[in-house]
Design a binder for this molecule. Structure first.
Ligand SMILES: Nc1ncnc2c1ncn2[C@@H]1O[C@H](COP(=O)(O)OP(=O)(O)OP(=O)(O)O)[C@@H](O)[C@H]1O
Length: 262
């Protein structure tokens, strides 16, 4: 039996999923997932490979729309508004619910352009000075400004992997998102670059609702306040991170966190 997946927070729910199913063709990858995400708490999605963490994450900004044969059922809301209605502007949605991928994927353009592109196409800027300010603020929030301020015209792809990932976070921040989804953002990074991203997640907490998929349980314990454990396409348990790791309610969660599978 699936648990009550509401985890209490002082602030209102930012995103809410109810009875979400996802199919790839005939194959069901997610079954009946309901979860709430608020602004105060970083949420980690954990679970063994193939359990559906990334698939479910992608439902939160309709990235599954880009996968042929993928189909989503159920309801997902952002500030109470259903994001799957036909009149939803998906480009706008993905600015409000930004995404950072496993492999850093800066555009083959300058550092400046990587950050400036989004605000420009979304019409968020009023002149060059305004754009400069947004670029600086986004790079500062992503903890990258000091490292790149003297070489904004160099290619984003010339940065180290960790810097590229922070550039991708700056790019997401630049369009003023409300939610940031991170799909294993550190799995291609070394331990020092990983620590910087984890620190950054702490700093961004509260300003944005953050959901992070991670294979690394220590990372989930370090960066999140709430943890959702997925197994075979189901959300088995969702709760306060410290409780999930020390006193899980479900046997499947306990088996996973004690290393019995996955
Ligand atoms: N584009 C796709 N087409 C068909 N099946 C897919 C597709 N993407 C994922 N799947 C399947 O859906 C299930 C869930 O995959 P998903 O990548 O969401 O799991 P995950 O928990 O994120 O795994 P991992 O930790 O290995 O990244 C798996 O059985 C996978 O093979």
């Amino acid at each position: 039996m699936i648990e009550d997946h509401s985890v209490k927070s002082d602030r209102p729910t930012k995103m809410s999923a109810r009875n979400v199913n996802v199919f790839y063709g005939q194959k069901q990858a997610i079954s009946g997932v309901s979860i709430d995400v608020d602004m105060d708490n970083v949420v980690a999605f954990i679970g063994p490979s193939g359990c559906g963490k990334s698939t479910f994450l992608r439902t939160l900004n309709r990235m599954n729309d880009t996968i042929p044969g993928a189909r989503v059922e159920g309801q997902i809301t952002l500030d109470g508004t259903d994001i799957y209605t036909p009149d939803m502007d998906v480009v706008q949605l993905r600015a409000r619910v930004g995404m950072v991928f496993q492999k850093p994927n800066p555009f083959p353009k300058s550092i400046y352009e990587n950050v400036a592109y989004g605000p420009r196409i979304h019409g968020l800027v009023d002149g060059k000075a305004d754009l400069d300010a947004i670029v600086e603020q986004s790079l500062r929030r992503a903890g990258l400004w000091d490292e790149v301020k003297d070489r904004l015209n160099e290619s984003g792809t010339a940065l180290s992997g960790g810097q590229q990932q922070r550039l991708c976070i700056a790019r997401a921040i630049a369009v003023d998102p409300e939610v940031i989804l991170m799909d294993e953002p550190c799995s291609a990074l070394d331990p020092i670059a990983t620590a910087k991203i984890e620190e950054l997640i702490h700093e961004l907490r509260g300003r944005y609702a953050i959901v992070i998929v991670t294979h690394n349980m220590q990372q989930a314990a370090r960066v999140s306040q709430h943890t959702a454990f997925f197994h075979l396409g189901q959300l088995v348990e969702y709760g306060v991170t410290s409780e999930i790791f020390t006193n899980p309610r479900e046997v499947r969660t306990k088996d996973y966190i004690t290393g019995r599978y996955g």
